[in-house]
Ligand binder design. Structure first.
Ligand SMILES: [Zn+2]
Length: 289
């Protein structure tokens, strides 16, 4: 029977830990490397809901995209949010492994799965891994740039993205002229704010990512950059879990499950229905007295 160490070896062949960013924390988080693994659950986030899913499914191991422990901790007491998760996993003998920025830059990596959902072809990295770093070369890097087989208007592309990405409460929003024609598209799974300048430099028609913020997005649009599409973080990374499951199927004897639990914090959405604010001139003059 394959062990935790066997699964880790398979994952590290595809996503070497040396490819991760310096600030990142990837690899085995907890679990005995000698423990047998029959069933694995792939998740984007290790949160109480996905831990419960793993325990219910009888998984022996969780493979997660986001690190559970990124910054230094001085306690894993079960009175803390993360401590409770750690206690639950150790008590149930469930191992946890993280493949994060090392899976982002890999080919195929997180953004390849996102690009595939949108039907992009002729992919290249949005920000190639820096020469001289362990991940450099062979098309590796953050995000992807590709071509849509048929040009779409921004409005059409936004609807397409909302239809092909995993279902979330919030869907997809876009910034720019709805009639703008989009043929080349940059995508980045996860928070892609920091690659806005790369999308501009690449001269793409639009950039789809998540977690875009008011000021960087506004400044970018004012600079005549690509149109922007903002999906939710989970929706842009969930497509990769299917690739991850394929990698794990290479370890014979391991049953692989993929979590479809939406771990985005945003679970409620209402389209705005308020009446337009009256222009200043239309307002009734304030009555005296
Ligand atoms: Zn992410």
């Amino acid at each position: 029977m394959p062990t935790v160490a066997d699964v880790v070896a398979e994952l590290e062949r595809r996503y070497p830990p040396t490819w991760a960013e310096e600030w990142d924390r990837v690899g085995l988080v907890l679990g005995d490397p000698r423990a047998p693994v029959r069933r694995v659950l792939c998740v984007v986030d290790v949160v109480p809901e996905t831990v419960a899913e793993a325990l219910d499914a009888g998984a022996d191991m969780i493979i997660a995209h986001h690190p559970l422990l990124l910054r230094g901790v001085s306690s894993v007491a079960p009175t803390t949010y993360k401590g409770r998760i750690i206690h639950q996993l150790i008590k149930a003998d469930v191992a946890l492994h993280v493949a994060h920025t090392n899976a982002d830059v890999a080919v195929p990596g997180v953004s390849d799965a996102l690009a595939a959902r949108l039907g992009l072809v002729d992919l290249r990295p949005l920000q190639p891994s820096r020469p001289g770093t362990p991940a450099a070369g062979q098309g590796r890097g953050a995000g992807r740039i590709g071509r849509l087989p048929q040009p779409l208007t921004l409005a059409e592309l936004t609807r397409r993205a909302a239809a092909v990405l995993p279902k979330t409460a919030v869907g997809v929003r876009a910034a720019g002229d709805p009639n703008r024609s989009v043929r080349t598209l940059a995508v980045c799974g996860g928070a892609g704010d920091s690659f806005l300048a790369d999308a501009v430099a690449a001269g793409v028609d639009a950039y789809l990512t998540s977690d875009l913020r008011h000021h960087p997005a506004g400044e970018h649009l004012a600079g005549d950059g690509p149109a922007l599409l903002d999906a939710t973080h989970w929706a842009t990374e969930r497509p990769w879990l299917d690739d991850l499951a394929e990698v794990l199927r290479a370890a014979p004897g391991v049953e692989t499950l993929v979590s479809d639990l939406d771990t985005d914090p945003w679970t409620v959405h209402a389209a705005s229905t308020a009446a337009d604010e009256p222009a200043a001139d239309d307002k009734e003059p304030a009555r005296e007295g």
